[in-house]
Design a binder for this molecule. Structure first.
Ligand code: AR6
Length: 180
């Protein structure tokens, strides 16, 4: 049987999954890092879709998530979430990051999506320490999958091999096969 969680090294914009997650900012108007890469690959339709969400719901607070179409991406949809800006760990950063992962999974399930790909939310510009962020990602996703039918499969898409090793080690510790 294919493992439920897989670690992939690469670019999230090329993933052939139902939904990819964007590490956005509250404005939802694009930015650098993975956000910039996703908007570039998806084309102008994505920004237009984000503008509609902004008009309807306002900004997306840290820990929350919204869903849009995926424009030119191979995925069917994009879930935009906002991670916490790291301020040293005393400002609820871990809890907000956990909420971000859980709200993305909830949105994927609510839309009947089976496969979802996550980047390492908040570990770039937002400065969340990578090892601690990987632990939150793995624990939140693993616990969710044991309790829920959807999504069926989760991909952690790491931009570099070093980050992928962090995820693989954590998954091995939890007794979950992680090879893509
Ligand atoms: N595919 C997969 N992972 C990527 C890609 C990619 N194409 N590009 C970067 N990463 P960041 P954040 C990794 O900074 O920390 C934006 O400006 C990267 O190596 O993209 O949540 C937003 O608009 C890192 O491990 O997101 C916000 O203002 C991870 O993605 C702010 O940055 C997340 O890094 C959000 O910051």
């Amino acid at each position: 049987m294919k493992p439920q969680i897989e670690v992939v090294v690469g670019d999230i914009t090329t993933q052939h999954v139902d939904v990819i997650v964007n590490a956005a900012n509250p404005s939802l108007m694009g930015g650098g890092g993975v956000d910039g890469a996703i908007h570039r690959a998806a084309g102008p339709q994505l920004l237009e879709a984000c503008k509609v969400v902004r008009q309807q719901q306002g900004e997306c607070p840290p820990g929350h998530a919204v869903i849009t179409l995926a424009g030119d991406l191979p995925a069917k949809a994009v879930i935009h979430t906002v991670g916490p800006v790291w301020h040293g760990g005393e400002q609820n950063e871990a809890r907000i990051l956990e909420d971000a992962y859980r709200n993305c999974l909830n949105l994927a399930a609510a839309n009947n999506y089976c496969t979802i790909a996550f980047p390492a939310i908040a570990t770039g510009v937002y400065g969340f320490p990578r090892a601690a962020a990987a632990e939150i990602a793995v624990n939140t996703v693993s616990d969710y999958l044991t309790r829920r039918r959807l999504p069926e499969r989760v991909y952690f898409v790491c931009y570099d091999e070093e980050n992928a090793q962090l995820y693989k080690r954590l998954l091995t510790q939890r007794g979950q096969d992680s090879d893509a």
